[in-house]
Design a protein around this ligand. Structure first.
Ligand code: HEM
Length: 298
């Protein structure tokens, strides 16, 4: 087992000033975790640069994905080329890939998995989605914000049950007192978002999937501390992709539920096994049966 990654982290916790030089040394020693991370980053970065360059040179770009939209905006001069430089575009692509895809896809899986086991939630959700309009009526971002309150509650509750980033870290920039503890400058503080989200004081019967607890009119919601549920972190370093990912998740779910219902597959293990990494994951995915819905008139 290679503990070099953990060594640099543990060293960083004990003597923060030594962490970076130590990491720089480990990066040069083949086989260590820091070496592997450096190599993977280089490979991934290089591959992404290739994709961006290929797409930039593709004059007949027809796809409407995020990368194409940025490149189109750059070429239409709607945004200055000095803003969307090739380095910037590669960085944004990298960020979306690393910070934005595993988090969003895990949340989508959690919602579909939980809703499949709660017919009363599914019924209410389908009523809301079907009530919005016909299948070809695509919601605008304002519609996503205003017209799907129950979907919003379902997503929040799924994110509470399976919190994507159970831990986030901060380093104190000055000496600070928190809850009677004096933390010197440079102390690492771990925020256990996953533990907060299961606190029965804020979420009675925390293991139960109850989207209605996020109904703004419900007493439980009114009583709750505003920071009890912070799946995107908090403060100036909170997730920059929060609004984007919520829109993406809502739109994907609307499209899915307009056409399909989902049921747990008999091949799925019960309970689901979780894998704790930088983000939470289902160890073996979620296995579902997709059932095509019959055509609706509205
Ligand atoms: C369900 C989806 C997502 C969840 C739950 C999530 C969660 C988080 C959390 C907990 C943090 C740490 C915040 C903190 O330290 O206070 C974070 C940071 C970040 N997220 Fe997300 N994220 C999601 C989607 C995205 C997407 C789609 C993007 C990019 C398009 C993104 C980009 C980032 C970036 C760049 C940071 C670092 C911000 C900084 O350090 O200033 N995330 N995210």
């Amino acid at each position: 087992m290679d503990l070099s990654g953990s060594f640099s982290i543990i060293l960083g916790l004990l003597v923060p000033i030594l962490q970076e030089p130590f990491r720089q040394i480990l990066k040069r020693i083949p086989g260590t975790m820091d070496w592997k991370i450096e190599r993977t980053n280089k490979n991934l970065g290089g591959r992404l640069d290739e994709i961006v360059e290929k797409r930039m040179n593709d004059r007949k770009r027809s796809s409407k994905d995020f990368l194409s939209l940025i490149l189109n905006a750059r070429e239409s001069k709607a945004v200055s080329e000095n803003v969307f430089t090739p380095e910037y575009i590669s960085a944004v692509t990298y960020e979306h890939l690393l910070a934005g895809s595993a988090t969003t896809s895990f949340t989508l899986s959690s919602v579909v998995y939980l809703v499949a086991a709660h017919p009363e939630v599914e019924k209410k959700l389908l009523e809301e989605i079907d009530g919005f309009g016909s299948i070809d009526h695509i919601p605008t971002s304002q519609d996503l914000h205003d017209k799907f309150p129950y979907l919003d509650q379902v997503i929040k509750e799924a994110m509470r049950i399976y919190i994507v980033s159970p831990l986030v870290a901060r380093e104190t920039s000055n000496e600070v007192e928190i809850g009677g503890y004096l933390l010197p400058k440079g102390t690492w503080v771990w925020l256990a978002l996953g533990v907060l989200a299961k606190d029965p004081k804020n979420f009675p019967e925390p293991e139960k999937f109850k989207p209605e607890r996020f109904d703004p009119n419900c007493e439980e919601m009114k009583r709750r501390h505003p920071y009890a549920f912070i799946p995107f972190g908090i403060g100036p370093r909170a997730c920059i992709g929060q609004k984007f990912s919520i829109q993406e998740i809502k739109l994907s779910l609307i499209h899915l539920y307009r056409k399909y219902l989902f049921r747990h597959s008999p091949n799925m293990e019960n309970p689901l096994e979780l894998e704790y990494g930088i983000v939470l994951n289902f160890k073996h995915g979620v296995k579902l049966r997709a059932i095509k819905r019959t055509l609706r008139s509205c």
